[in-house]
Design a binder for this molecule. Sequence first.
Ligand code: TMP
Length: 308
Amino acid sequence: CCSQSGKNMEQVVVNGSASQVVVDDTNSLQKKISAIRQAGPIKLQVIADFDATLTKYWIDGCRGQSSHNLLQQEDPEYNDKRQKLFDYYHPLEFDPAIPLDEKTKLMEEWWGKTHALLIEGGLTHNAIQNSVAKATIAFRDGVTELFELLEEKGVPVLIFSAGLADIIEEVLKQKVHRSFKNVRIVSNRMVFDENGHLQSFKGKTIHVLNKNEHALDMAEPLHDHCDDVNGLGDEKSALRKRTNVLLLGDHIGDLGMSDGLDYETRISVGFLNDRVENSLESYRKAFDILYLNDASMHGVVKLASHLC
Ligand code: TMP
């Protein structure tokens, strides 16, 4: 990681495909690396977005699916209805002309209607398993290595998403084939009735525009996959004491994922997967380290091994 930060932009070749890493301010990055390294793994936590950050943006030339849009309900009518909502609301999500308060209402509306359709269609856990098995979704190369390293060092990982926690959990199960006691998911969590049908969602809906509020309040351990949920310390205050953050995201808005934390030092890593020319300037200023063109997670593994 040090050599990567020694130049403003360099080519890194991972698994034969060229991707680039950009560091806007190498001095600042070096200082942050030293500060985090000195404080040690006990003070560190990792906060990561899920879709297109932990997962690949492109898979064999096709756009990777998100936790929402991979889901296939038993009755296809519900998939069509959700797709119609997507077609209507997704452009509004990115419409710069809509004021934030209005957009927030629209996003609440979208998530509310989508969740209602999932409940009305009687989604089962079996449908989730089948959907994930058929989905175009894959973790970036190096993600398992990263989680293993962080687990070994006792560093918690918070996966933060406005998607669906149960899907993310199933993707981890099917694609990584092992559980991690240091990983927590902060996302929309389903509640099933005694017949195995989706009944409701737990707690406050997390959508794109409130994703950053109360991050730690919403953190919950991955009970099904943790041998020892206390490995993280189940106290949220334990996470709050970890005041150094390695943040991974693919949108500038993801930087807000650490807002709930009074952090001392934060290293932000961005993935600019697509239309690089349009966003390069804003992304390189926003993130301490920026990976271009759907890069692997190998650079982050190196960085993390340096930090803890
Ligand atoms: P995130 O993964 O960055 O937290 O954002 C969630 C994305 O999910 C957001 O860009 C909109 C998308 N989405 C769907 O694709 N389908 C849906 O039904 C809903 C509600 C959101």
